[in-house]
Design a protein around this ligand. Structure first.
Ligand code: NAD
Length: 276
């Protein structure tokens, strides 16, 4: 939570629409998610975001789950529904599809997709692509068991695939952390980029750095490329609207992320991260 950009994004959004609300990050110890939800009820909070390692524990502890959160078994957004009842949702997959539509004007309907990775974000994206009418959602992962569990979320359009499937895909998504700032594999790509073709759409959900090695390599091969910032903003926008009932100020939210990522010296950035 200390490294979350959510306070920056949401506080700017509240201010932009004239709401006297505040978004604050709290460290919650592993195992304390139910107590944190009780505190939210007692304090009358409008909602919460949930980060790892609490997403499954919160799914088990809320009063109600949206169908998406129930299928994923993971909650990243809690909404106070009145009478102290808390509803758990998962906005990652919907945010991914919203971002795709906003950035490219195309929906996943009828698309052959490959999602690389089988963790929390990958699972949400697999489910959302299938729900949005993708023709095929292949999951490529280091361990086939994880790939099979993720692919099952897409029912009959889901499949465990090898790297060969990348060449046949319309949309290729990196949902692994490979390429993220500060990792040993920051300058690597989770699969062989020589497989990328110019008629493909390549989405890297990693949002820091703004341009990953995959994005550079995919662009060099002529593919259309979308980075992780639009998904980050759109998943937050869904939460914002659920909490406030208002449309989210997308540009304000995007500017927060871009200003932070392009921001000044590292020392200032570190302070900004801990100011939550
Ligand atoms: P996770 O730990 O739940 O899952 C990571 C997945 O990547 C696993 O399947 C793992 O096997 C795979 N993986 C890890 N290292 C790998 C490697 N070296 N080679 C191949 N596969 C590897 O993580 P997550 O929560 O799903 O997040 C994944 C990434 O997506 C992170 O970088 C996170 O910041 C980013 N993310 C972005 C957004 C957004 O809104 N843009 C939202 C959620 C997550």
């Amino acid at each position: 939570m200390r490294h979350s950009l959510s306070p920056l994004i949401h506080n700017a959004a509240f201010a932009a629409v004239g709401l006297d609300w505040v978004y604050v990050a709290f460290e919650v110890a592993d195992g304390d998610a139910p107590a944190a939800l009780d505190a939210a009820r007692a304090l009358g909070l409008a909602g919460l975001s949930v980060t790892m390692p609490h997403k499954a524990a919160v799914a088990a502890a809320v009063d109600e789950l949206t169908p998406t959160a129930a299928r994923l078994g993971a909650v990243n957004c809690v909404i106070a529904a009145g009478d102290g009842r808390l509803v758990g949702d998962n906005t990652d997959g919907g945010g991914f599809v919203d971002a795709l539509v906003a950035e490219t004007g195309r929906t996943p309907e009828g698309a052959r997709c490959v999602v690389v990775g089988a963790g929390g974000a990958a699972r949400a994206i697999v489910l959302a692509l299938a729900d949005a009418g993708a023709a095929r959602v292949g999951v490529l992962n280091r361990t086939p068991e994880g790939a099979a569990r993720a692919a099952a979320l897409a029912d009959d359009v889901g499949a465990v695939v090898t790297e060969d499937a990348i060449g046949d895909a319309d949309i290729v998504v990196n949902a692994t952390p490979v390429g993220m700032s500060g990792r040993a594999d920051q300058h690597l790509v989770a699969f062989d980029p020589a497989r990328i073709k110019e008629d493909q759409l390549v989405v890297d959900i990693v949002y820091e750095p703004l341009e990953t090695e995959l994005m550079r390599r995919a662009a060099a091969r002529g593919a259309r490329v979308v980075g992780g910032v639009p998904m980050l903003v759109h998943q937050a926008a869904r939460a914002f609207t659920s909490w406030t009932g208002q449309p989210a100020p997308l540009q304000v939210m995007t500017d927060q992320v871009l200003n932070f990522s392009r921001g000044p010296a590292d020392g200032v950035r570190e302070r900004a991260r801990y100011m939550v």
